[in-house]
Write a protein that binds this ligand. Structure first.
Ligand SMILES: [Zn+2]
Length: 473
């Protein structure tokens, strides 16, 4: 029988007696005193604005934070000092080793009777072209599948061009179907004999900033240079091709692979007063692409989660469990910091009680979601009750973990998602235009409040949130 079956008669009896409702056996509950403290945390976040200044400092003093650059090293030092300054009890690091990729010069132009320069940028991980560039006819495909369906050898000596358009949604669900063209387009193009790949940016914008992002190669398939076009340039190219005459492009990409580098995840802990080995994790990624200053992606998440931890640390007592804030390294090039963290914590995975990442820009949070077990859903709804005045609803059966939480979630750690309004996020994502001016300080306050409430209450909960069977990532 389901434990909730007993809840109504018990509630009626409790009301009649004027007593506190006891938790049903096995149910995770949050004590009333902790709920009151959470409401205070929420109101302080809105009054004190602790998050925006952290984002401003990170994007101004450190700037773009490409994995493996000197700015990466400065960012790691900055994060360590920031955790100390914000009053965290313990600051530790976990090493993350990877091959560095760097962007150099990049140019493209349409040749022939309507010559014109194109706004492009290399995809992360792309090989360079020869110094003089490549010149070839462009063959357009509406999406990755159409390219994959082209006959073998049909693109010998040509440049493949995938023109798919990302659709705009509040929850960003247009990204997944569109981004495959970026991730694996070069592999499909090379299989057909192409010598280069161009894509319409994975973007909802109509500005002339091309959007970068990681791509990958496959062993045994030729490695061809790959770049994204700004969307108006992509559309211009499509219109010229539609006229029916062959259209050729010259593409020059300079990229560098200087070798191996070791960066670090940086971890700030508020050590739990009763169950210090049990952890509630919140976090964001510290690295960014090189084109902008990584304000939306993911300076915002760093500011939000560092500030939330700071507010909890200002309370008169520590949370029951440890609240851990993680600044993940090298997310953009393949969740490398998150994978290293999950491996490092392999024997302590079960002590990660619940985990949430802020990595979806700076738009306000509209929903709390989780895959918490049935017996803990009442506690999730208790958290939701404190979040409701912030305009946040509790939603069940939807959503998923932030990218850096995936390696933990696949090992069975319960996730929570504070789902952000991503309507505008993909206008700026991975561009030179991802800068501080795109962030509204009031929106950051709302999110600091939400993360502080979530982390505090999850750490105070009596009982766990369940765990999924381990999978693989
Ligand atoms: Zn990100």
């Amino acid at each position: 029988m389901h434990p909730r079956t007993h809840a109504l008669p018990m509630l009626l009896a409790a009301l009649a007696l004027g007593t506190v409702v006891p938790a049903t056996a096995g149910e995770t509950r949050i004590p009333e005193a902790a709920i009151e403290t959470a409401a205070g945390l929420r109101d302080r976040a809105l009054a004190e604005n602790p998050g925006y200044a952290i984002i401003e400092e990170l994007t101004t003093v450190i700037g773009p934070r490409m994995p493996g650059t000197e700015a990466d090293a400065r960012a790691v030092e900055w994060a360590k000092q920031k955790f100390e300054a914000l009053g965290f009890d313990r600051v530790t690091t976990v090493p993350v080793t990877f091959d560095v990729w760097l962007r150099g010069e990049e140019r493209a132009e349409i040749l022939g009777t309507v010559p014109q320069p194109l706004k492009i940028t290399a995809l992360g991980g792309s090989v360079a072209t020869p110094a003089e560039g490549i010149e070839a006819e462009v063959v357009e495909f509406p999406n990755l599948q159409a390219l994959a369906d082209a006959p073998d050898g049909s693109l010998e000596g040509k440049i493949a061009y995938i023109s798919n358009r990302m659709q705009r949604f509040r929850d960003g669900r247009g990204y997944g179907p569109a981004v495959a063209a970026r991730s694996t387009g070069a592999v499909e193009a090379a299989r057909k004999g192409a010598i280069g790949l161009l894509i319409r940016s994975i973007s909802t914008a109509e500005h002339r900033f091309p959007h970068t992002g990681q791509m990958r190669y496959e062993d045994g398939v030729a490695r061809i240079p790959a770049a994204a076009l700004a969307n108006p340039d992509a559309d211009q190219l499509s219109r010229l091709i539609a006229l029916g005459e062959p259209v050729s492009v010259r593409l020059m990409l300079e990229t560098m692979t200087p070798g191996e580098y070791t960066s670090h995840n940086v971890i700030g802990d508020l050590i739990g007063r009763e169950a210090p080995e049990e952890m509630v994790v919140i976090g964001a990624h510290l690295d960014s692409w090189d084109l902008g200053t990584g304000a939306l992606d993911d300076g915002a998440g760093i500011g939000i989660t560092f500030a939330a931890g700071h507010l909890i640390g200002q309370l008169p007592e520590r949370p029951r469990r440890t609240v851990r804030v993680i600044a993940f390294a090298a997310e953009e090039i393949g969740l490398l910091g998150a994978r290293a963290y999950a491996q490092h914590e392999a024997t302590r995975v079960r002590e990660h009680v619940i985990a949430a990442e802020s990595d979806f820009g700076a738009g306000r949070i509209y929903a709390l979601r989780s895959n918490a077990k049935d017996e803990a859903w009442g506690a999730i709804e208790q958290i939701g009750d404190v979040l409701r005045p912030l305009g946040i609803e509790t939603e069940r059966g939807v959503g998923g973990p932030g990218p850096d939480i995936i390696p933990l979630a696949t090992r069975g750690v319960t996730w929570a998602q504070l789902a952000q309004d991503g309507t505008l996020y993909f206008d700026y994502h991975h561009t030179a235009d991802d800068t501080l001016d795109k962030i509204d300080a009031g929106d950051i306050d709302q999110q600091v409040a939400a993360y502080a409430v979530f982390a505090w209450l999850a750490a105070e909960a009596e009982g766990d949130f369940g765990s999924a069977p381990p999978g693989s990532d």
